[in-house]
Design a protein around this ligand. Structure first.
Ligand SMILES: [Zn+2]
Length: 280
């Protein structure tokens, strides 16, 4: 199985590969820039090249960048909207150079103007991005818990964004087990998972799903609360996690942990737990 965790590339992308190996991961996620700010570390060409060679010899099968939380393409503030689309385009180009498979983006929060207005603004921003981007790195819109005025907690909203953009090939979907559960999708049973596969396939095409954030949830089904918990210690539980990773369709996705840890080495224990649950 392809499994990894959220690591830091602050000390260099090759260092993240060493960290991934030390926790038994063959994949990892990183923030493309400071999650609370906007400043990007300049990644020298040599580092990108080293990363691409090193990841092959280290057996890293999947790498995904996460856009910072400060990006909000659904905002009504022109400066923030502009900053979001410029930053996204820049990061897609930068990490396309590094051969990163995907970048994950939270669609945005409409801040009280309503989902329809928010979706129009997201579509405007993404139209600008895809008019100016060509590359292999695919953008994944993440399914959200529905906290506050977040857009993307229903597949109808996500479908509306894809439709507004005329279904670009460069755009896909990133799932998150905690977010789906919080949004009211029961992912703890095979029947529940089958229903979600059917729904996604009908509305968006399952082939667009690129990965899943594998997180347990502090709150219950349909809580709308985006609070990640460690694997097996939340409301999804060990049985729920086992059902997801052994499901014939979900089980093939790359999994990335974003659970609350003090130090990345703690991910190692959780990856061990997940691997032991794997029956496929
Ligand atoms: Zn996310």
């Amino acid at each position: 199985m392809i499994i990894g965790a959220h690591l830091s590339i602050a000390k260099g992308m090759p260092v993240a590969i060493d960290q991934a190996q030390s926790i038994g991961a063959n994949a990892f996620q990183f923030f493309t820039r400071n999650p609370r700010g906007g400043k990007a570390r300049d990644i020298p060409v040599e580092e990108m090249e080293e990363f691409q060679t090193y990841r092959i010899s280290a057996g890293i099968k999947y790498v995904v960048g996460h856009m910072p939380y400060t990006i909000n393409l659904a905002t009504n503030r022109p400066d923030i909207h502009r900053f979001g689309m410029v930053t996204l385009l820049e990061d897609l180009r930068r990490f396309n150079e590094a051969g990163v498979e995907h970048l994950v983006l939270h669609p945005g929060s409409h801040l009280g103007d309503g989902p329809e207005a928010g979706i129009v603004r997201i579509a405007e921003a993404l139209t600008y991005v895809f008019d100016n981007y060509q590359g292999q790195t695919r953008l994944l819109l993440e399914t959200m818990a529905g906290q506050g005025t977040e857009i993307g907690s229903s597949f109808d909203e996500l479908e509306a964004i894809f439709r507004a953009l005329d279904w670009p090939d460069e755009m896909g979907l990133g799932l998150d087990s905690c977010h789906l559960f919080a949004a009211g999708y029961d992912i703890t049973t095979d029947e529940g998972l089958d229903r979600i596969v059917d729904l996604i396939d009908k509305k968006l095409g399952w082939h667009r799903v690129g990965m899943m954030h594998l997180n347990d949830s502090k709150q219950g089904l349909g809580s709308g609360s985006d609070r990640h918990e460690k694997i097996g210690q939340g409301m999804i539980g060990l049985d729920g996690i086992a059902t997801i990773i052994n499901h014939p369709v979900f089980g093939d996705l790359p999994f990335v942990l974003e659970t609350p840890v003090k130090d990345y080495s703690e991910y190692g224990e959780e990856i061990q737990v997940v691997r032991q649950l794997r029956k496929l």
